[in-house]
Design a protein around this ligand. Sequence first.
Ligand SMILES: O=P(O)(O)OC[C@H]1O[C@H](O[C@H]2O[C@H](CO)[C@@H](O)[C@H](O)[C@H]2O)[C@H](O)[C@@H](O)[C@@H]1O
Length: 400
Amino acid sequence: MDCLPNNSDNKTLKSLSSDRRLDSMDLKSNHTALVLADPAPLNRVSSGLLPYSGATFSQNLFLTVPTMKAGILDIRASNCLDSMESSSPPDKKSRDFNNDLESTDTDVAYRAWLLKYPSALASFDQITNPAKGKRIALFLDYDGTLSPIVDNPDCAFMSNDMRAAVKNVAEFFPTAIISGRSRDKVYEFVWLTELNYAGSHGMDIMGPVRQSFDDHSNCIRSTDNQGKEVNLFQPASEFLPMIDEVFNSLVNNTKDIRGAKVENNKFCVSVHYRNVDEKDWTVVAQRVHDVIRNYPRLRLTHGRKVLEVRPVINWDKGKAVTFLLESLGLSNCEDVLPIYVGDDQTDEDAFKVLREGNCGYGILVSSVPKESNAFFSLKDPQEVMEFLKSLVVWKKTSTL
Ligand SMILES: O=P(O)(O)OC[C@H]1O[C@H](O[C@H]2O[C@H](CO)[C@@H](O)[C@H](O)[C@H]2O)[C@H](O)[C@@H](O)[C@@H]1O
């Protein structure tokens, strides 16, 4: 693993950052266009942001998913330009291509977008005023939120400054990390015992012991790294052997594709194509399709240059937020203001829960205009850090 040590600072991380490229590519598979790219910025999205659409929730944990026609993988992301500038700065090719006029256009579009999703820094009072007399509960995504996006997923370290900011904020507010990564992996990156962790897009939650959860199916007692008794909620535990099997098949099926990387996130699998030559993206999609077509109980979603294979269950980051609020005894909206900060498509489920519950705020981390269920925005992880620091200052000086 060609990674720098865990204490690498932001400058070093920036040098590891990936190139911004034109990412759109239509992959024709029978009648349906397969498109691999980062989720599209606003001006490039035509309809539904969800890559695999058509799934509906049934009453229980399982999703009802329409049968996939053989040979058709319905990934409905639109053609898009990967312009997540904060995490994927332009490479030389793009810089040459982009002239000053385009930058100005981008700035104008971003400023216009900020009217709809105001900066959480500029609107700090708007966020904290309703929090007076309430407890703020903080939920943080990891990749692209606490650490910049880099080429090698094993090297997505957070800076020491960010770690200190998260540690400080967690002293004042109950704080949880909710990541697509396995819980163990995200803990290895964050390395703070003061937090609660949910891995595998919320399908692996470690939280405080709650007697009331003892009868909850899929909730067991366990111990954390410090030997403290905790509750472990793993709603997809029965999928573990299937996920391992699929992981091995995906590794096997993609091993000849230069740059492709398959990551085992315990209850889901990520297939990264960030480092794959664009001309081979079709092959990546086809190989993933070839594997998962044999598993009707698995579905495919789409993140930042990553295809995510996950169980068809009625569980996501939004459900994880609700579960954690309950676990932490913070589910009364009258007394609690939850704030969720995230950058990815999977974070939209959490933004939606807060928006629809009229309880708390989603903050989208993005340097490009994107449609979102969040209320506010922050440009990049650097701004996330400033926001966390501001919360601490506000709490220390607040008299309420
Ligand atoms: O929910 P998150 O904590 O945001 O995790 C989502 C995925 O993040 C990681 O992939 C992304 O970040 C990598 C490192 O910067 C980058 O190389 C990759 O292109 C991104 O998609 C992680 O590796 C995945 O397993 C997570 O599902």
